[in-house]
Design a protein around this ligand. Structure first.
Ligand SMILES: [Zn+2]
Length: 338
């Protein structure tokens, strides 16, 4: 029960503005037939959709908010409400049979009133025939139907679907909230801060936290960066001995390049006396480095690191990319103060 209640609050906490918007739409009876909710994983798309369903069905509204406790609310939260149907990919895709099931559920008239809500998770995974089947359904809804299609990005969706929905983009979680959540999950605060700069996708965060990857990567990159900025060629050796082991696949390789970029950004931030940096534990060292290095040189570093991800996407070899960049970095910093 406690857990269920937390779910109601999550939508409001994660997406307060969106909730406010939906509340107004419901009050003024301007709810559309179909919404496309977009945003990264963990951002609260499903929470919002379920919240709207609860707001519509709750029998004990509290200040225009669903109570989260009544029978209607609890059935919606546990996915067992007959008029709130959810579908998600069955394996790799959402198949036409699943959309047919949805339609059949909704044509059972008079189950409990005429209002219906359906929620399609990862709607971008609908097969073309499933999407076409859904289109007809959205266009000719019977009764008061509200559809929520959830997807990370609208560009993943078929244009024919997008054009028939009202698109609502969910904003990423505020950074401090994300950090607090990660710390609660026993991620060290330093690492939580770094993670919050890397991504706000909870799926990605999960991968980065697994097997202590982020802590190990932070340590390895820290050593690499300190060596490289000292013009010390052992940074080159670090690539092979420490960094390569963390660069398991393209995903992790990209994150390593992002971590490198965050160091370069920190130096610029400190050069211009800004306060917010990513690598807080290295502040003194980074400050000293920023003081000793010209703006031109710092910009050379960002210009050097920035295109690396693009190079990687062109299928260039990760180790080669990083080794080359390391040598160039050593050269830039050898010239420091001159
Ligand atoms: Zn309720």
């Amino acid at each position: 029960m406690e857990e269920l209640k937390a779910l109601t609050n999550q939508a409001v906490e994660k997406q307060p503005e969106i909730i406010k918007r939906f509340n107004q739409m419901i009050d003024s009876q301007h709810l559309s037939h179909a919404y496309l909710l977009t945003g990264a994983g963990g951002i609260g798309k499903k929470d919002v959709a379920q919240w709207v369903a609860m707001r519509l069905f709750c029998i004990d509204l509290q200040n225009q908010m669903p109570c989260g406790k009544c029978e209607e609310c609890t059935r919606i939260m546990s996915g067992q409400h007959p008029d709130v149907v959810e579908i998600a990919p069955d394996g790799q895709s959402i198949k036409v049979e699943q959309v047919r099931f949805l339609k059949a559920e909704f044509s059972k008239s008079g189950v409990e009133g005429s209002r219906k809500v359906f929620i399609i998770e990862q709607a971008n995974k609908m097969t073309t025939s499933a999407a076409n089947s859904l289109l007809k359904f959205i266009e000719e809804p019977s009764g008061e139907v509200t559809a929520f299609l959830l997807a990370e990005n609208r560009s993943l969706m078929l244009p024919t679907i997008v054009s028939r929905t009202e698109i609502i983009e969910l904003k990423p979680l505020p950074q401090d909230r994300l950090v607090a959540e990660l710390v609660q999950q026993e991620v060290a605060k330093t690492d939580a801060q770094i993670l919050s700069r890397l991504t706000n996708d909870t799926g990605e965060i999960k991968l980065l936290v697994e097997n202590n990857w982020i802590a190990e990567a932070h340590k390895a990159l820290e050593k690499w960066f300190i060596s490289a900025t000292a013009g010390d060629i052992t940074a080159f050796v670090d690539v092979q001995t420490r960094i390569m082991g963390l660069a398991k696949d393209r995903f992790y390789q990209e994150k390593i390049l992002d971590l490198m970029m965050l160091y370069a950004m920190d130096l610029l931030e400190l050069k211009f006396e800004q306060n917010t940096i990513t690598y807080e534990t290295n502040r003194r060292q980074l400050q000293q480095l920023a003081d000793q290095t010209s703006v031109r040189q710092l910009l050379e570093v960002t210009d050097l690191i920035l295109p690396l991800k693009h190079n990687l996407s062109r299928n260039l070899n990760f180790q080669g990319i990083v080794e080359k960049a390391t040598l160039k970095m050593c050269n830039i910093f050898k010239m420091r103060g001159r």
